[in-house]
Ligand binder design. Structure first.
Ligand SMILES: [Fe+2]
Ligand SMILES: [Fe+2]
Length: 324
């Protein structure tokens, strides 16, 4: 895929489709990630016209449908009840996945928190960009609630407060590479799956309900996790505001987004489009599933004394953007 998209846009031909367990398969998730990534700000040396190339669109659709089909297999029954915020809360409480934030707070090393920042860079350096396209697919109160959240994600119009900018500043302050996709070659499939799920649910109007459930649970769980990441950095003597601002901002902002997302966005959407109420809860379930797999992977790697990243295999695969 990398070789293909470095050419001028044209027919992809029949790229071999990776086999194996889609959720953790590095090749599968990288291929799908690249299919989405050409539709965001893009890569150095890669034409953004690839985003509309029919053969790439067709491949993206095939891979994303396969990914979501695998991910929705064997899900638990949904919690009973009519109230969407309460049912989302019940799903979060019932989730018994381990927490990377807890692990890092109690056992983490500097190398491990840096790894965590590398993993999260795939999404957080473009935080909220996938969700902007969903705005057009909503009406009324859920639309206003989503826009309220997105306005904060974009710093209320102040570039220095944009969450993606805050994240880049954290990386820079730690001496890390803050260019988008600089670390792509090191990201395992289980990490890219978290970014790909967001992109997938933001890619088609029919999945908008699932995206709202996914975003609601992201917001409902973010404040606590970011508080622990901030505390971990301070425990390690990395408490400079340039490093911790991103995390501190989310402790405050997501305590508000939590309520807006659960009630005004997901809850009012389910009332206005009752046929998609189940889909809201399924989206939340998919988020918990990919995040659980991610947390299990990083914690198992660290507990066994390994890196949770892939070894960089080839220096030729420079996918970073150079203009940021
Ligand atoms: Fe944010
Ligand atoms: Fe938020």
């Amino acid at each position: 895929m990398l070789d293909a998209v470095k050419r001028p846009p044209g027919v992809l031909g029949n790229p071999p489709e990776p086999a194996g367990d889609d959720l953790s398969d590095d090749d599968f998730q990288q291929a799908l990630y690249l299919c989405y990534e050409v539709g965001y700000a893009g890569f150095a040396g890669v034409s953004t016209d690839w985003a509309n190339e029919p053969s790439l669109v067709a491949l993206r659709r095939r891979l994303s449908e396969r990914f979501l089909a695998g991910l929705t297999t064997g899900l638990d029954p949904l919690p009973e009840g009519r109230d969407i915020p309460a049912r989302l809360e019940a799903m979060i409480s019932a989730d018994d996945s381990p927490s990377a934030a807890d692990y890092l707070l109690h056992h983490g090393t500097q190398d491990q928190i840096r790894e965590l920042l590398v993993h999260r860079s795939a999404y957080l350096l473009k935080e909220a960009d996938p969700h902007t396209r969903v705005v057009a697919w909503l009406r009324g109160r859920p639309k206003a609630a989503l826009v309220e959240i997105l306005a904060d994600e974009y710093g209320g119009g102040r570039v220095e407060r944009m969450h993606a900018e805050l994240y880049a500043r954290s990386l820079r302050a730690l001496g890390m590479d803050c260019r988008e996709n600089a670390y792509l070659a090191e990201l395992p499939g289980v990490t890219l799956a978290t970014a790909n799920l967001t992109s997938a649910l933001c890619d088609r109007p029919c999945w908008r309900g699932a995206l709202l459930g996914h975003l609601a649970v992201t917001e409902m769980t973010s404040s606590g996790a970011n508080r622990r990441y901030g505390a971990t950095l301070r425990r390690m003597g990395l408490g400079h505001p340039d490093v911790t601002d991103y995390f501190d901002e989310h402790v405050a902002a997501d305590a508000v987004h939590d309520v807006v997302a659960a009630h005004d966005m997901a809850g009012s959407f389910a009332r206005s489009e009752p046929d998609l109420a189940e889909s809201v809860l399924r989206g939340a379930q998919l988020l918990l599933r990919v995040e659980g797999a991610f947390a299990r992977h990083v914690i198992a790697s660290w507990a066994n004394g390994h890196s949770s990243l892939r070894a960089r295999s080839s220096p030729a695969a420079d996918t970073s953007r150079t203009d940021s």
